[in-house]
Design a protein around this ligand. Structure first.
Ligand code: GLC
Length: 811
């Protein structure tokens, strides 16, 4: 059976760029894989052939198995923009052939390939069938462009539901939906409009508590059908490229997401200020207006860390220039802003104005950095500056050049860069035509192949450039378009949404979806980009925004002014209260980012991820966990005095009142405008900062550590580092674990520390909630302390050093 002529090879030879069918040109119809005729094995890779097509199955880790199909037997060059190097663990791989199947097994999962019809399935170690092909993989020649349309169909159970896929503006559960991945500028997008700005070809299947993921690493336009065409079948197909997917085993949903992040990377640790409140507007100009907005934040004592300059700061929308009339002295302006604690983020679009007197255009032209059509004409199209050409960000040389262009902006004092319009957007036609050619990191391709990665490669060029120029300072970038892996280079926002209650609901769903699609650092235009919110909608959006990892208010140029004070009272005070809450929770959010960076955990975790076994949770989409311990249930309707909240099993405390709840059911919680249902998990230790008007406004003397009683042992992670540099990559950070457990007469808190960073503050101000007994003794590291106090609700307060090891609170 073993065919020695079947070679496994990844050489980037020329042959791989050719259309494959050279010898046996078949009819131009759909071809399904036929019976397996032969195979070869090569370490952890296995190649099976039906005589014409080949399928490669490789074990990436104990839980990840990759499947590729070569319709005519030649695999395409193995290149990916999505993947990052990672030390995946492979314990053992076994290969068994029986009469009916080939079985490739790791200690966690078995991939079975049927001999008679080439069907591929994945089975867990207890024999549970996680996923199986509904039909053999198939393909159809693309006569116009060459290559193949490639298809894969998996059986779908009646109890199976689907999640993730990036930023879709639809229900959280994707079962019963058809979706397309093709980055698209969708101004004022509507619910269910598709495709949108990003392409994340990763979905999760959840069936009876068992979860797996499929990451189809293919940049061409890709389609998904989640049990629409047929109730018992889920399919994905792409308009070109290779059928090339990674089966990612769970069975826990959170582990599938973690493993997807191991494949495609995480965000870097953001600079601490980037987790503060950001105020954006199309556009703040001239300089006086920018200063006035910034000063008003300080006068009104509403915390804010970043102010944005949209396209009008530029000279005729030429990137990397300043409008001298509106901004005669940018350096001075930015330094004045910096003096009052504001970072400045500027927009940079990909379209470079065709203008022989403009240095960026001249450099790009001289070096042949702009994209060209198939017949060698330049790709020209209209965007904000008028006629533009567009750098080919898939060319490493172009990325290098682009990264260097930021020097001038940095010299002026710019702190962050916002990449927009990078789907790429072109007025009129929408985007580039298919025939535009791209370097694709020397793998060449048309826009069909490069479209979905264009924006990601732009923000990569931006991030890498900033990193190089800023040396040890963490860059801050925000992008609109992206492909899997974009998180390594940027935060994202969900694009041009609308000031409606429906969009507030979408904002909630889209951020959760992005978070479980590998993109934790996400947010929406608070208030809605287009249209006019009233005070209530804006306030509710600010409240949700506290719990989106990126918290940025933004609005279109044709709308009324939109700052947290624009709606007067009581809205202004409530917005202040919630933005202050964001600032109190900064050390907690920062720790959640660390857990994302280090342990691959998403920052936002939907209820279905917390409790995947409960089928009803498959359809819950309002509540989510913000980090490990805070459950958030935003108010998404106008004029409601209360709302139903589902609390997962376990003990929860109302953040505002400390009322204790036993979870596992729904509760009706009152929702006056100045509040929003937030719950803390029993046993959580949450660090809080005093309210500051911006990060590092003053030196901390202490950190408040709020801890909620639990009988179960619970752990919380608190992370601290320098906040702005890359020392954490050299292990200069502090990761603390607080472990608590209680009885009806005692509560013990223990702290362990790991790392080499020493925070400047000395003390913890402890607050302990929910103690079920009257405290008689507080012992810190073996010594009884006398100074502690209670309030009327038995909330205990005391102070310790930041290094405490063990606290015993006794009845
Ligand atoms: C796009 C962006 C929006 C920005 C505007 C002007 O519509 O999505 O955020 O304000 O362009 O630059």
């Amino acid at each position: 059976m073993i065919d020695p002529s079947l070679k496994v090879s990844d050489d980037n030879n020329e042959e791989k760029f050719l259309n494959n069918p050279i010898v046996t040109v078949g009819p131009v119809t759909k071809q399904y894989l036929k019976a397996v005729k032969s195979y070869i094995t090569d370490g952890n890779r296995f190649v099976f052939s039906d005589g014409a097509s080949k399928v490669q199955v490789s074990v990436i880790s104990d839980e990840i198995i990759r499947v590729r199909m070569a319709p005519q037997g030649t695999f395409l060059a193995d290149f990916s923009y999505a993947l990052q190097p990672y030390d995946h663990v492979i314990t053992e791989v076994k290969f068994i052939e029986n009469d009916l199947q080939y079985l490739i097994s790791t200690p966690k999962v078995t991939c079975a390939i049927t001999k008679a019809d080439f069907l591929i399935s994945f089975i867990d170690r207890d024999g549970f069938l996680m996923s199986s092909d509904a039909k053999p993989m198939h393909y159809e020649e693309n006569v116009q462009f060459g290559g193949y349309y490639i298809y894969c169909s998996k059986t779908c159970q009646t109890t199976e539901d689907f999640y993730a896929l990036g930023d879709k503006a639809t229900e959280f559960n994707l079962r019963g939906k058809r979706m397309v991945l093709w980055n698209t500028d969708t101004y004022a997008f509507a619910k269910n409009q598709d495709p949108l700005y990003r392409s994340i070809p990763f979905y999760l299947s959840l069936n009876k508590g068992y979860c797996y993921g499929i990451f189809h690493d293919n940049t061409f336009k890709t389609h998904y059908d989640f049990a629409v065409e047929s109730m018992d079948c889920t399919s994905f197909w792409s308009d070109g490229g290779e059928l090339n997917y990674y089966y990612i085993h769970g069975p826990q949903m959170v582990d599938v997401v973690r493993r997807y992040s191991m494949l495609t990377g995480t965000h870097q640790m953001p600079p601490m200020w980037a987790l503060g409140f950001h105020q954006c507007r199309w556009s703040y100009y001239p300089d006086k207006k920018v200063k006035q907005v910034a000063n008003t934040f300080r006068e009104k004592k509403i915390p804010c860390d970043a102010i944005y300059l949209d396209i009008d700061y530029m000279n005729g929308y030429r990137c990397f220039t300043w409008n001298e009339r509106y901004f005669p002295d940018p350096k001075n302006l930015l330094s004045e802003l910096n003096d009052i604690g504001f970072k400045t983020v500027v927009i940079i679009d990909p379209g470079i104005k065709v203008d022989e007197n403009y240095w960026v255009f001249k450099e790009g032209k001289a070096n042949n950095y702009f994209c060209r059509r198939c017949d060698d004409y330049f790709m020209e199209g209209n965007v904000w500056p008028g006629r533009c050409q567009f750098p080919d960000f898939t060319n490493p040389k172009v990325r290098e050049w682009w990264g260097g262009l930021f020097q001038g902006l940095l010299d002026a004092g710019v702190d962050g860069v916002w990449n927009d319009m990078n789907e790429p957007a072109v007025f009129g036609s929408g985007s580039f035509p298919d025939d535009v050619r791209h370097n694709f990191d020397h793998h060449r391709g048309s826009h069909r192949k490069a479209h979905n990665v264009y924006g990601m490669q732009m923000v990569r060029a931006t991030y890498e450039g900033l990193q190089k120029l800023q040396k040890n300072k963490r860059p801050f970038t925000i992008t609109r378009a992206g492909y899997s892996g974009v998180q390594r280079y940027s935060s994202v926002w969900t694009g041009d949404n609308v000031a409606t209650w429906e969009h507030l609901k979408l904002a909630n769903v889209m951020c959760q979806r992005l978070s479980i699609s590998g993109i934790s650092f996400c947010g929406t235009d608070i208030g809605g980009f287009t249209g006019e919110p009233d005070g209530e909608l804006f306030t509710r959006w600010i409240q949700l925004g506290v719990f989106t990892p990126l918290m940025r208010a933004h609005s279109a140029g044709d709308t009324r002014e939109r700052e947290p004070w624009s709606f007067g009272e009581p809205f202004e005070s409530i917005c202040r209260k919630f933005i202050e809450l964001r600032y109190k929770l900064l050390p907690y959010l920062y720790s959640a980012f660390w857990q994302h960076y280090k342990y691959h955990l998403p920052v936002l975790r939907p209820v279905v991820m917390l409790e995947p076994n409960e089928h009803i949770n498959h359809f819950r989409e309002d509540e989510f966990s913000f980090g490990d311990s805070i459950l958030v249930c935003p108010v998404l309707q106008p004029g409601v005095a209360n709302r139903k909240v589902y609390l997962p099993k376990g003990t929860w405390y109302d953040y505002w009142t400390n009322h204790k709840y036993k979870g596992g059911k729904e509760f009706v919680i009152s929702t006056p405008l100045d509040s929003m249902p937030i719950f803390v998990k029993g046993g959580a230790s949450i660090p809080e900062y005093p309210v500051m008007q911006h990060v590092n406004e003053f030196e901390l003397e202490s950190v408040t550590l709020k801890t909620w009683f639990s009988e179960m042992e619970e752990k919380s992670i608190i992370y601290e580092d320098h906040g702005e540099n890359f020392a954490y990559k050299l292990d200069i950070y502090l990761e603390k674990t607080i472990t608590v457990r209680g009885t009806n007469g005692s509560f013990v808190m223990e702290q362990t520390m790991h790392g080499m960073y020493t925070p400047r503050y000395e003390k913890y101000e402890h607050i302990v909630y929910g103690l079920p007994f009257k405290v008689k003794k507080v012992i810190v590291d073996g010594k009884e302390i006398k100074k502690y106090s209670f309030d009327t609700t038995n909330v205990l307060s005391f102070t310790t050093t930041k290094q405490f090891k063990k606290i015993e609170i006794l009845a």
